[in-house]
Write a protein that binds this ligand. Structure first.
Ligand SMILES: Nc1ncnc2c1ncn2[C@@H]1O[C@H](COP(=O)(O)OP(=O)(O)OP(=O)(O)O)[C@@H](O)[C@H]1O
Ligand SMILES: [Mg+2]
Length: 233
């Protein structure tokens, strides 16, 4: 569905992605692993049209993805839940969620909200609370919920488990799996390599913006390179 073919991207004089190739097929969870600064967030931001493509091509359903146009990428159904959550602190939970559904006709908001509240019942209880007063775990649920409000055809999650207690992490991974089970392909950036590879169909390891390793979740979990570099073994 989504293909990055030999993509280059960066910031000013800094070249971050260098010849990066990856693919997300229908129905897959694909994990993107790499050290701090490897270019994982840059990969998602480039797909999302926030960081311009300098070389290579990104295609979505066999057609070129609009480049450098975040609004057009969102309208195509590629929704990013960014690193650090970036919810709106002074808007309520409900307003934050509705901000994610701007690409949909207004009539679809109700059913989408019900779907998000089914994943995260707590957000229904807290719908009138200001986003900035939620706990870290609750804010992460809100950020994922907001991305789901856009009815993603592809969901990109950047470090959804960062800074959360183990119980909440387990819940977030369970929900990622449930979202995928409903047919939404997911591109998942994670520091938590072990848990990410357990739920991923396939994964890619990138080193300084370049492809290093790829394989099924199980293959990568078993690989020496991944075990040493990302699982601390
Ligand atoms: N807006 C920016 N301007 C200049 N350089 C940037 C910018 N954003 C990121 N970089 C640089 O690009 C490189 C890749 O950053 P990126 O955020 O993609 O890494 P990452 O793999 O997501 O790392 P982390 O695991 O720490 O989140 C880093 O060297 C970073 O300093
Ligand atoms: Mg990052």
């Amino acid at each position: 569905m989504l293909k990055l073919d030999r993509v280059y991207a960066g910031y000013g004089a800094i070249e971050v992605l260098k010849d990066l190739t990856l693919e997300v097929k229908a129905g897959e969870i694909v994990a993107l692993l790499g050290a701090n600064g490897a270019g994982k967030s840059t990969t998602l931001l480039t797909i999302a049209g926030v960081v311009p493509v300098r070389g290579g091509a990104i295609t979505w359903r066999e057609a070129p993805l609009p480049e450098g146009r975040p609004d057009a990428v969102l309208r195509a159904g590629l929704c990013l839940c960014p690193e650090g959550r970036h919810i709106f602190p002074r808007l309520t939970v409900l307003e934050n969620l509705l901000s994610g559904s701007l690409r949909l006709p207004a009539g679809r908001n109700g059913p989408k909200l019900e779907e998000v509240f089914a994943y995260f019942p707590l957000l229904a209880e807290r719908r009138a609370q200001l986003g900035g007063t939620l706990s870290g775990g609750e804010q992460q649920m809100l950020a994922i919920g907001r991305a789901l409000m856009g009815e993603p055809q592809l969901l990109m999650l950047d470090e959804p488990s960062l800074g959360l207690a183990p119980q909440i992490v387990a819940k977030i991974f369970e929900i990622i799996r449930a979202i995928n089970a409903k047919g939404v392909p997911i591109l998942l950036v994670e520091q938590n390599a072990q848990q990410a590879l357990r739920i991923a169909h396939r994964g890619y390891v990138i080193v300084t913006g370049q492809n290093s390793l790829t394989g099924t979740g199980a293959e990568l979990l078993a690989s020496d390179e991944v075990r040493q570099a990302y699982l601390g073994e």
